[in-house]
Design a protein around this ligand. Structure first.
Ligand code: FAD
Length: 433
């Protein structure tokens, strides 16, 4: 079933869907996604989306992002992020995302290392709400075709120019040709034993980039979230206890019920303090305590976390929550410029798979959904104005199913080996170590 489109998007998280919606409606667009449309990290996002509050807050937002990123950030990209934040939040609102409000204004919340409350949210399942709105809009668009249960296993390319992809669907390998391909394949969490990420997020964009000598950047910058729920007999991914609990006043205590850190410091600092405490107390977790807060507030503000913990035997309104640091986010990725362009011609990357340089060495809380929005939209501005000058070229590479599955396994090995190399003493966290 070989197919052709003007634009092919790989991935159906916020980056893939928002890109599709910002492309010209006269373009024939396809979104392919590995499993079902909703199986993406975007669906899981709890805390919210950062935004400058107004023009006057832009510089403070930039400074908070740089400080959290240990000044390893690309300052130009951070300035773009802050400057274009409000317009993208407004676009989401116009599309139908009903962020929580206090009167006429957003009910801004706060997470570690933001100096003011500047995070918009929908209760504690912002990602799901954003996903629902974007996917609803995508399904309405006649020019966008969604292909589920379809995995990209390689790019079709010639002379460093992308021509399409090789994919697998319904136990068949096939080609999709396109003038422009956008990688929106998300992060690398499923390569780790303990991660908050979906199990399908295996760093495919990175391995394919490595195989094609597409430039990648900052692969060593991997974020461990301080507060994954600790479960002795965990099945699947780690349940996340959002930083916004600490933003609303939850305290971290060790097994002797002593507080040991300012909860609102950047994630890497809090995660390091927790690991030190676990070592000191010889206990594989510490506790997060929100039980002193009003029960009604906690249940209404954090319904997803309340329910998720209750299902796992923890009532957060009554007892302590056992937590420990787990892999969460990838600041590095495919090197892109401020329009999402990679080092391969006509190939773009947006969202967590890309490295715009916005996050530096450590992501400031709630900056990733915003990065995906801002830079996806910028990529589409570039594509919308240039695609008429790009030809759809002929290309084909067919393989049988056995070869295709071997290719997929090899992709995973390439990513694992690369991260083994860059992770140093943390490499034991990987699935195959
Ligand atoms: C539990 C959790 C909570 C979070 N909370 C927040 C938050 O509050 N605020 C915030 O800003 N960020 C948060 N994040 C981070 C944020 O959710 C992600 O960075 C963001 O959603 C990434 O979006 P994306 O579109 O790049 O990738 P994803 O949403 O992960 O989507 C990737 C897509 O690519 C597809 N794909 C991958 N490989 C292939 C392939 N080979 N072929 C076909 N399709 C493929 C997947 O199926 C999926 O559809 C959170 C993350 C997690 C895990």
């Amino acid at each position: 079933m070989d197919r052709k489109f003007d634009v092919l998007i790989v991935g159906s998280g916020v980056a893939g869907l928002y890109t599709a919606l910002n492309l010209r409606e006269d373009l024939k667009v396809a979104i392919i996604t590995k499993t079902t449309l909703d199986e993406c990290n975007t669906y899981l996002a709890q805390g919210g989306i950062s935004t400058a509050l107004n023009k006057a807050d832009e510089e403070a937002f930039v400074e908070d992002t740089l400080k959290a990123g240990q000044y390893k950030n690309d300052v130009k990209a951070v300035r773009i992020l802050a400057k274009e934040s409000i317009e993208n939040i407004n676009i989401l609102e116009k599309m139908g995302v009903d962020f929580d409000k206090k009167g006429e204004s957003f009910d801004y919340t706060r997470e570690g290392a933001h100096r003011v409350n500047r995070i918009v949210h929908y209760k504690d399942y912002t990602g799901k709400r954003v996903f629902q709105t974007l996917s609803f809009e995508v399904k309405k668009r006649k020019n966008i075709k969604v292909i589920e249960e379809c995995s990209m296993i390689d790019l079709l390319s010639k002379d460093n120019k992308v021509l399409g992809i090789i994919g697998v669907k319904d136990k068949e390998s096939f080609n999709i040709r396109a003038k422009v391909v956008i990688l929106a394949t998300g992060g690398i969490g499923a390569l780790f034993k303990n991660s908050t990420n979906q199990k399908t997020i295996t760093g495919d964009g990175i391995s394919i980039a490595l195989k094609h000598n597409i430039k990648v950047k900052n692969l060593q910058y991997i974020q461990f979230h301080p507060t994954g729920l600790y479960e002795e007999n965990k099945v699947g991914r780690n349940f996340l206890i959002s930083e916004s609990l600490r933003g609303e006043g939850a305290k971290l205590i060790n097994k002797n019920k002593e507080r040991f850190i300012d909860e609102l410091l950047p994630r890497n600092v809090v995660a390091a303090a927790i690991l030190k405490e676990e070592e000191k107390t010889k206990c594989p977790y510490v506790y997060l305590d929100i039980s002193a807060m009003d029960k009604e507030f906690v249940v209404n503000r954090f319904p997803g976390i309340y329910k998720g913990c209750l299902e796992r035997g923890v009532d957060i309104t009554k007892g302590f929550i056992p937590v420990t640091p787990v892999q969460h986010y990838f600041m590095g990725g495919i090197d892109v410029d401020e329009f999402g362009r990679t080092s391969m011609k006509n190939l773009y990357a947006t969202g967590e798979v890309s490295c715009t340089g916005v996050h530096g060495a450590n992501r400031l809380a709630s900056n990733s959904l915003l990065e995906a929005l801002v830079f996806s939209r910028r990529a589409t501005k570039d594509i919308n104005s240039n695609i008429d000058f790009i030809d759809l070229l002929d290309s084909a590479f067919h393989m049988n199913l056995t070869e295709a599955y071997e290719f997929m396994e090899d992709n995973k090995k390439v990513a694992l080996n690369k991260f083994k190399e860059v992770l140093g003493d943390k490499k034991n966290e990987l699935v195959s170590c």
